[in-house]
Design a protein around this ligand. Sequence first.
Ligand SMILES: Cc1ncc(COP(=O)(O)O)c(C=O)c1O
Length: 432
Amino acid sequence: MFILQRQVEAPAEAGAPGYPGYMDTVVPAAEAPGPQASAAQSIMDLERACLLQNYARYPLVLARGKGCWVYDLEGRRYLDLITGIGVNALGHAHPRITRAIREQAGLMVHSSNLYYHRYQGELASRLTAMSGLDRAFFCNSGTEAVEGALKMVHAHGRALDPEKYEIISLDNSFHGRSMGALSVTGQAKYRADFEPLIPGVRFIPLNDVAALEAAFSPRTAGVILEPIQGEGGIYPLTPEFAGKARELADRFNALLVADETQCGVGRPGVYFAYQRSQPVIMPDVVVAAKPVACGLPLGFILANEKAAAAIRPGMHGTTFGGGPLTCRVGLEFVDILDELLPSIRCVGAYFLERLQHLAAKHAVIKEVRGFGLMLGVELHVPGKQLVLDGIGHGLLFNCTHENVLRFLPPYIVTEKEVDRAIRILDRLIAKA
Ligand SMILES: Cc1ncc(COP(=O)(O)O)c(C=O)c1O
């Protein structure tokens, strides 16, 4: 009997059949791992046979999680510093979140937006207070929130002049994979197969104030910015650039949209990343999603009265968005977040400092960037093998933009867990 085994050590060319980055080899059953490992293999093989092959998954089958740790089918544990790409902000199986889900699941999961329920208004009121904006709309993901914000920008522009529909976005940005969100995503690798996209989008380099000034015109309806670029490799906006975007948006009556899907809702150590600058540079619209319902799908748009006025009854909607289960969990999350913000700042600063020490020690590290618990380590070499080696050593993180190791730890991570991660990284990077 033979089974198919994945060899982590030997990455194949990107785009190779199967799981990109892995080589499939046939090994005799005698040398094969035990029954749990073959259970993992069957799970991977079934997916491979039945799912669209759009994901390059790592060869790890997760079974459960507790706090900052996740466990595979064989009970091996991994320190989770990527949290489902910034989603499991309170780690796994947080007792208050688990209780809220259990209770609400027994009462009502979905009610639709035909009717009222108790939690949507309450969560809107909390998020508007946290952001300084006036109104909220709930949906299911970051992409969907971006779509809604783009419609808001277009409707705002068209109400003033049918020719006012241009949107300014940044090179290297990421805003999601729907046709609208892709249209403002400044990375050719995501867009190329889907052109032509929505017209009227102008891309400029990050933090290039002169390019921003040159791109604005009376046709500009809006500008969309990630206060800290995530997929693009953890690049923060400078306050000068954000301030100029605010000034020009006011001058040309355009809407300033902050996409906080990855960098927002506590991750930078404040509620929203745009609140880091002093004085705060207020956007007209904020979109966010990932952490707010701790793993349940919930995205949202926040808007000031001016932007919100662009959307009249019937112009936008969603079936699932803002249901009682997700909103109740979101409320529990924002309560807990208030208690965690100081620790996010403190442990985040500690993690950054420890990574900077690694950078001083290992020449392969080019730069360390980020704020709070959103950190990136740029390497002079591709980072994928380090991510695979990390899995082998019980540490989960990922690599974005080819050579930036990305860390989006849970907000409950401790200095002790950071120390453990640093010890493993130190060894892995020494090998690299
Ligand atoms: C800044 C930003 N915007 C939008 C999205 C898309 O969000 P989602 O995957 O929830 O649709 C992401 C996802 O990583 C993101 O980082």
